[in-house]
Write a protein of this length. Structure first.
Length: 310
């Protein structure tokens, strides 16, 4: 369901499109493009970093692909506003649905692959490389593929026309609102619970479990414990920021904005700013941990000489 918000406030008709163009330009140049570039750099770095475990690299890349997908959806949205605003055209409803669904899938993947990364590191530390044997490789790749399929299907179902409303401001800027129906609230709740709260709790539990295991399984050497604790801390920070980037915009989307265009624009600006700023910490933390703490990371991730296998 789409509608074009009309100007019932004291803001002039000419200033509204200009405000949207200025916002989109700032968002494009300051938030979305830099976020896409830093996530792309991190993705390329870990794609070719042979010093890390293959399973860890794949899990890291999936997290970064999610961040990159969110950034790409923002770039598409901003470019659409700028190009259509310059040409005096309206934004296509189909295009709005496309990059909004793209955003939801990316946002869900960046959070759901965080616990998978934690599980991968835990399995690696305790049992060895998850992709070492054919059986292990098969299980690992099936789990990764299944998670992606589940993510896309659940996001698509949660994004049904009965659950969300795609609205347009001045026929240029699209934003998502939760449908004021039981299905809308249920879908939003399921999406937040699965790709937000549950993922966060699972990451914390697995991370703490890994620290406890290393603490009681290392042989007179604290390096593995320090590295695992730092890795868990990194997961907690990355997931906390990601959860805020997921939770706040959805809560803002539950506000009824149809009758107040100024509030709609302000809410959309705040929501998207939070989303795109949340894309920065994860790649930076990943690069810092696996680069600056590379020596510790290699000790734990390769799990040689320090781990007692049970």
């Amino acid at each position: 369901m789409d509608f074009n918000m009309t100007n019932d406030s004291n803001v002039s008709n000419g200033s509204l499109p200009m405000a949207l163009l200025i916002y989109s330009w700032i968002s494009l140049t300051v938030l979305t493009i830099p976020a896409a570039l830093i996530n792309l750099v991190a993705l390329i770095y870990f794609s070719f970093n042979q010093k890390l475990s293959k399973a860890v690299r794949i899990s890291l890349c999936n997290v970064l692909i999610g961040c990159l997908t969110v950034a790409a959806s923002g770039i598409m949205s901003n470019l659409s506003v700028l190009i259509n605003g310059y040409k005096g055209l309206g934004t296509s409803a189909i295009f709005c649905h496309f990059y909004t669904l793209m955003y939801l899938i990316g946002q869900g993947s960046r959070l759901s692959f965080m616990p998978m990364l934690a599980i991968t590191v835990y399995v690696l530390v305790r049992y060895g490389e998850p992709t070492k044997t054919r059986k292990r490789r098969t299980i690992f790749f099936i789990a990764t593929g299944t998670l992606w399929i589940f993510l896309v299907l659940l996001t698509t179902l949660s994004f049904s026309p009965e659950a969300v409303i795609i609205s347009k401001i001045q026929d240029l800027l699209c934003f998502v609102e939760v449908s004021r129906t039981p299905l809308g609230y249920i879908s939003a709740g399921i999406y937040l619970s699965v790709f937000g709260i549950f993922s966060y709790i699972l990451t914390v539990v697995v991370g703490v479990t890994g620290v406890c295991f290393v603490k009681h399984s290392t042989v007179r050497d604290t390096r593995a414990l320090k590295a695992t604790a730092k890795f868990t801390f990194f997961l907690l920070i990355g997931n906390t920021v990601g959860l805020l980037g997921q939770l706040v915009p959805v809560l803002l989307g539950a506000i009824d904005l149809k009758e107040d265009i100024e509030k709609a624009i302000t809410t959309e600006f705040a929501s998207t700013s939070i989303i795109f700023m949340s894309l920065y910490p994860t790649p930076i933390l990943i690069l810092v941990y696996f680069k600056a703490f590379g020596r510790f990371g290699k000790v734990v991730l390769r799990c040689k000489r320090l781990c007692i296998y049970q």
